[in-house]
Ligand binder design. Structure first.
Ligand code: PMP
Length: 356
């Protein structure tokens, strides 16, 4: 072994869902929104290339002010970053500096353990119950912080706000991060609890409900002291995380509330339709409050169905992990895409002799 090899940081990276180059594929594997972002941002950057000569505003003021208006917060309660992955990674670095283990469920967003390992943060993973719900009592023990995705991924389950509040209330000596990447599709946000608890950090994203995964915008909302701590860490790392196009386009997306709610309604209506159709075919799934479904069928191998769909150029997500290896996570696309998906599933079931 060469001497310097001993000094390399050993990490096992997060594996993102596949991004096929060919746009003819039906892509239901990374929970993107099938609808475009608000048209109000089209043309916004025309004639503004001059702005790219300059460094962007380190505070992303225009975007932060728009978010503050939308959520009825003050600007010092908001921190923005390059997708919620960036905001979460920065939050782990800022808030989880204890020798005690941080806690997050055994089945959840698979980036949490990657960041914990990267930053050498000890962690424990209490098991979700047999219906994939959080057992809140598991979080009533000594810890160095807590992170919970609500709604959770990949299970799609939204916990009652009372469960989340109990966990925050019982852990006032630690920071509790609630990752609300999917909350706009029907979950209950912990945002109202910010008035009551100073140990709460709520993280959201533009990638799902605002159709802007390609722009990379995420944000944390918390009391000003925690936001200052986040900014101090970020500015000790990279002052200019948010680029100019993200700041102006992000602000414009927040301004167009009508389009935001209209798009949400469409995704939710399609989700409910697909839920009914799949249940009619014998699939089981939690009652999703997200823009994806977490499905299983007792007569089918999830992995084989995943591969069969892929042959048909339909991409969904399969996780080869304990407890969930016979499930598929299927993002909600347009009605047309979901009908093609449903037809392919039915064809496959016929081939297997499960459907006439
Ligand atoms: N949290 C959860 C639970 C997610 O599923 C995702 C999407 N992969 C993210 C955070 C990160 O999303 P983004 O960085 O695009 O905001």
């Amino acid at each position: 072994m060469r001497e310097w090899e001993k000094n390399l940081r050993q990490v096992t990276p997060y594996v993102a869902g596949e991004q096929p180059k060919d746009l003819n594929k039906i892509k239901l594997n990374t929970n993107e929104n099938p609808y475009p972002p608000t048209k109000n941002m089209e043309g916004l950057l025309n004639n503004q290339s001059e702005m790219l000569r300059l460094y962007p505003d380190t505070q992303a003021t225009e975007l932060v002010e728009e978010l503050a208006r939308f959520y009825d917060l003050t600007t010092d309660q908001i921190f923005v970053g390059v997708g919620s992955d960036d905001v979460l990674a920065m939050s782990f670095l800022t808030f989880f500096n204890s020798e005690k283990p941080i806690l997050f469920p055994d089945i959840t967003y698979s980036f949490y353990d990657v960041w914990a390992n990267l930053y050498r943060i000890p962690y424990e993973r209490p098991a979700l119950d047999e219906n994939f719900h959080i057992k809140k009592e598991d979080y009533y023990k000594v810890n160095g912080g807590i992170v919970i995705a609500n709604p959770n991924a990949p299970t799609s389950i939204s916990e009652d706000l009372s469960v989340i509040e109990d966990i925050i209330a019982k852990n006032q000596d630690a920071i509790v991060i609630i990752d609300e990447a999917y909350v706009d599709f029907g979950g209950q946000s912990a945002l109202p609890l910010l008035k009551k608890y100073d140990n709460l950090v709520v993280v959201q994203t533009f990638s799902k409900s605002r159709s802007m995964a390609g722009m990379r915008i995420g944000y944390a909302m918390a009391n000003p002291e925690l936001i200052t701590a986040l900014k101090n860490v970020k500015e000790s790392y990279n002052s200019y995380t948010m680029n100019y196009p993200s700041i102006v386009c992000g602000a414009q997306a927040v301004r167009d509330k009508d389009y935001f709610y209209e798009t949400l309604d469409k995704v939710i209506a399609t989700r409910e339709h697909v839920k009914r159709e799949l249940r009619g075919l014998g699939f089981q799934m939690p009652d999703s409050k997200t823009n994806f479904l977490f499905i299983t069928h007792e007569k089918l191998s999830a992995k084989e169905l995943f591969e069969a769909l892929r042959e048909e150029h339909i991409y969904v997500r399969h996780f080869n992990k304990p407890r969930i290896s016979n499930y598929l996570r299927v993002s909600i696309g347009t009605d047309e895409e979901m009908n093609i998906f449903l037809r392919a599933v039915m064809e496959y079931m016929k081939e297997k002799g499960i459907l006439n």
